[in-house]
Design a binder for this molecule. Structure first.
Ligand code: THU
Length: 139
């Protein structure tokens, strides 16, 4: 479950680089995200805003949506990078979205503009969560 130093380094570089792909003309708040899969693949995302403000999408949901439609599964870690320090943590909607594809021990690295990070697990970010396994099984 633990990341190697090299995996964490690549994850942070890719999440930080992904900030440059953000479309955020309204907030000017750039967010980059990068997912590492258990196989060692990296999938990035960034926030994509909209003139109708609530329609905009966060970097985390862009990254996970991209990963899912790309056929990736079995995710190992996520890094989110912003320009503020300390870094931002995922919004409530993103936490539930990410919960669909992660376990409570899944690590989320939140990078600030100063390059430092705060590490929390999905279970810490979204305790007592409602997940796919909570729906009754169909027979
Ligand atoms: N945002 C993200 O993409 N991820 C976060 O974790 C926090 C907020 C975006 C949404 C919006 O485009 C901008 O940051 C300001 O809220």
């Amino acid at each position: 479950m633990t990341l190697t130093a090299q995996e964490l380094n690549t994850l942070s570089v890719k999440a930080t680089d992904a900030k440059s792909t953000a479309y955020c003309p309204y907030s000017k708040f750039r967010v980059g995200a990068c997912i590492l899969t258990q196989k060692g693949e990296f999938i990035t995302g960034a926030n994509v805003e909209n003139v109708s403000y609530p329609v905009g999408t966060c970097a985390e949901r862009v990254a996970f949506g991209t990963a899912i439609v790309g056929g990736y599964k079995d995710f190992k870690a996520l890094a989110v990078a912003t320009d503020i320090s300390p870094g931002a943590s995922p919004c409530g909607m993103c936490r539930q979205f990410m919960r669909e594809f992660t376990t409570p021990s899944f690590p989320v690295y939140m990078y600030g503009g100063d390059g430092n990070y705060v590490l929390k697990t999905m279970g810490e970010l979204l305790p007592d969560s409602f997940g796919p396994e909570d729906l009754p099984k169909e027979d």
